[in-house]
Design a protein around this ligand. Structure first.
Ligand code: ZN
Length: 281
């Protein structure tokens, strides 16, 4: 009798434990938000017409996810070799100066993960500030939308402002070529969502964090909170109409799941999110 009663109490406690605190329904354990450089933009005209003539500093992040089934990296930042240039690297047209203060390889070392231990690798898109260190992750399975893959590995990557040298070594990598959404670990905790427009096969990442709550990692769906609020499409986007449709899709996803949008480049929002070696759960 006593034993039965004790077991009932234990079962009730277990249920209470599920309702509050840690979520053990999925294998998702934690996510590190890693500083992956900065772009100093001289003139915002290409990103936000009303801000023409103004300058800005775009933060740049990589996201490392620890799941019971393995490590996943989302975006790979500006190239680590920029760390050797204290004055940064300025684009030939003078518009953007890129800085890396702490290489991604060093941040991963600090966390205790070697690039070869990362089994899953995906980029929001292939622009150089997201694919800068892609060549480090040849051992991982690469998740890429077919349209992005064809643009990046086709005859004219420069037409899309891609720099093939940044990711060339992934040409022979294990590939999951996507034509839409993909549940990376099979438990809905980490979902790639196709969000084309900024580039032909741009994608965003839905991460269902137990304590922080679900978040959508924006890639370059938008660059700033202001652009998101105004649903403003940058002039430099590959396809304006698809950009708007993708924003609409993400807005609906956020409404359904109560997810928040974590905007990779937004200066103010980036400051409010804990950075590696700390993590979010
Ligand atoms: Zn971009």
């Amino acid at each position: 009798m006593n034993l039965k009663r004790a077991m009932l109490v234990l079962a009730a406690l277990a249920l209470a434990g599920c309702a509050g605190g840690g979520d053990r329904r999925t294998g998702l354990e934690r996510m590190y938000v890693i500083d992956c450089g900065e772009n100093h933009v001289k003139d915002l005209a290409l990103w936000s017409a009303p801000d023409a003539g103004k300058s800005a500093v775009f933060r740049n992040h990589c996201y490392l996810i620890k799941h019971a089934k393995g490590w996943m990296l989302w975006d790979s930042g500006l190239p680590d070799n920029l760390a050797a240039l204290p004055g940064g690297f300025t684009s030939p047209n003078g518009l953007i100066t890129s800085f890396v203060k702490k290489p991604l390889a060093e941040s991963l070392r600090e966390i205790g993960v070697a690039p070869a231990e990362i089994q899953h690798f995906a980029m929001s898109h292939t622009h150089p500030d997201h694919s800068g260190n892609a060549n480090l992750f040849v051992a991982a399975t690469l998740y890429m939308q077919a349209a992005e893959y064809d643009a990046a590995f086709g005859a004219e990557p420069q037409k899309y402002n891609f720099v093939a040298a940044n990711y060339e070594k992934l040409r022979g990598a294990k590939l999951v070529k996507l034509a839409g959404d993909h549940d990376v670990f099979g438990d809905s905790s980490v979902m790639i969502k196709a969000a084309p427009g900024h580039t032909p096969g741009h994608q965003v990442l839905f991460v269902n964090l137990a304590r922080t709550g679900p978040v959508v990692l924006s890639g370059d769906l938008v660059h700033t909170v202001a652009n998101w609020n105004a649903k403003r499409v940058p002039k430099l986007n590959f396809n304006a109409e698809r950009s708007l449709q993708s924003m609409q899709m993400v807005e609906e996803l956020m409404a359904q799941t109560e997810a928040r949008l974590w905007i990779n480049h937004d200066p103010a929002q980036g400051a409010s999110i804990p950075k590696a070696p700390a993590w979010v759960e």
